[in-house]
Write a protein that binds this ligand. Structure first.
Ligand code: C2E
Ligand code: CA
Ligand code: CA
Ligand code: CA
Length: 280
């Protein structure tokens, strides 16, 4: 949309009107989406780079809209954040991850996927009720908190004043904390000194995206020595080619995620992929 530049006619621009209407309608649809059964979850494997077999998964939300079909999370998550629906959606996806984790523990026993990662938005992190929500969901589902990981972005951490405290409390419950999309925000490495994190997820822009060539390769190499020194695990995101995987292995990465190893998939598909790894 165009910036409001003092043009009093902007309100009568049918194009803008339609865009605003469309956004309002989508926001209203999103509020109903959960109880209409349109929201579901997929799981993308996180692999051990040495064996290229899954050790865990990231749960990713999907919205199947009755008219528009699948709406990507890059559209509906920001919308949910603007309208507050993210609190309910976030609670749902966390509960889904906990139910799945408990289910995999029953199914695979000790060999179950080590961890399910759940994205938590800035609004959830800033919500004073968040910790209680997490505790309640853990109790309801019987999920093992040590098999869960919370993924937060640098922006979320910087925007929630109580973030460090919340993350500490989550870690005391046994969950691990990952800093997502690392390198894309405005933060610096010093954030890692202030905020308790266990895992750093190196953003895909350095691995396969726009910066993957010269500059990205340097970032990728430097981050691994940094995380090693600080005793933090690193996960490289967005691995799409065997060459990228090889480069990461050479740099010393142990964990990665990306289309090369598996797209986001149903829980059943993940189980099928996971089972042979266990036998290997
Ligand atoms: P994210 O947390 O960075 O999740 C990784 C995104 O990268 C996913 O997009 C995944 O499908 C995509 N991806 C994985 N491997 C590759 C690859 O090799 N190449 C490329 N180009 N992309 C890859 P997705 O599922 O569309 O999600 C987009 C974003 O929406 C997520 O980025 C996350 O910020 C947000 N999101 C998704 N589900 C949730 C959720 O349940 N809660 C919250 N708060 N945010 C969510
Ligand atoms: Ca993530
Ligand atoms: Ca990410
Ligand atoms: Ca992202």
């Amino acid at each position: 949309a165009k910036a409001a530049g003092g043009n009093r006619w902007q309100w009568f621009d049918p194009g803008m009107d339609r865009a605003a209407d469309e956004a309002a309608r989508l926001a209203a649809d999103l509020r109903q989406a959960l109880h209409r059964g349109q929201i579901f979850a997929l799981y993308q494997p996180i692999v051990d780079l040495t064996t290229e077999t899954p050790v865990g998964a990231e749960i990713l939300m999907r919205w199947d809209h009755p008219e528009h079909g699948l709406i990507p999370p890059d559209i509906f998550i920001p919308l949910a954040e603007r309208t507050g629906t993210i609190i309910e959606l976030g609670r749902w996806v966390l509960a889904q991850a906990c139910r799945q984790s408990a289910e995999w523990t029953r199914h695979f026993g000790a060999a179950a996927p080590r961890r399910i990662s759940v994205n938590v938005s800035a609004h959830q992190l800033a919500d004073p009720a968040f910790l209680t929500t997490v505790r309640d969901i853990l109790a309801e589902t019987g999920a093992d908190p040590t098999r869960l990981m919370i993924e937060v972005t640098e922006t979320a951490v910087l925007n929630a004043t109580s973030a460090a405290h919340q993350l500490d409390a989550l870690r005391e419950l046994g969950l691990r904390v990952a800093l997502d999309d690392f390198g894309t925000g405005h933060s610096s490495l010093s954030l890692l000194l202030d905020v308790p994190v266990d895992v750093l997820k190196v953003d895909k822009s350095f691995v396969s995206g726009d910066y993957a060539d010269q500059a990205g390769a340097i970032v990728v190499r430097n981050l691994i020595s940094f995380t090693d020194d600080f005793g933090i695990d690193a996960v490289a995101e967005g691995v799409e080619t065997p060459a990228q995987a090889a480069r990461l292995r050479t740099a010393g990465y142990h964990y990665a995620q990306g289309y090369l190893f598996g797209r986001p998939m149903t829980a059943a598909a993940f189980e099928a992929l996971f089972t042979p790894a266990r036998a290997a």
